[in-house]
Ligand binder design. Structure first.
Ligand SMILES: [Zn+2]
Length: 136
């Protein structure tokens, strides 16, 4: 196995979500907010095959809705804020959460696409099962 390769899809996705190259974990995955680098400067992995499209936005909307729903219910039931105050608060939270989740969601999706060998990515080698687990 090539040194630096992730051991699982979850590890690759976590690297991508943290703006690290999913392959080596050394350099940034994104050049700009949602613009991935063409190639990693460390491992030379080509990231131009990624096709995350709208999926990061759908994922961010799904997560924001599920996280905000209980907060909205609590705000409505346990505060005496006027409707316009609630609207400003809820819309501000929703926009902040959406913006905060877009890049991590796109990084994780690119990493999963790479791990699965989708869209022209070459599937990375998988870690081999350790024949001597007691030796660790
Ligand atoms: Zn890399």
């Amino acid at each position: 196995m090539t040194p630096g390769l992730p051991g699982s899809a979850a590890q690759a996705a976590l690297r991508g979500a943290r703006n690290r190259c999913p392959s080596c974990g050394q350099n940034a995955l994104f050049l700009k907010f949602l613009k991935p680098v063409s190639r990693c400067r460390s491992c030379d992995q080509d990231w131009t095959h990624q096709q995350a499209d709208d999926f990061p936005a759908y994922l961010a909307i799904l997560l924001t809705g599920h996280i905000l729903a209980p907060l909205i219910i609590a705000l409505v039931n346990h505060t005496s804020l006027p409707v316009w105050g609630l609207m400003i608060l809820i819309i501000s939270f929703a926009l902040a959460m959406m913006l905060a989740m877009l890049q991590p969601a796109k990084g994780a999706i690119i990493a999963i696409q790479w791990w699965l060998g989708m869209h022209g990515f070459e599937k990375p080698p998988r870690p081999e099962a350790n024949p001597h687990p007691e030796a660790d």
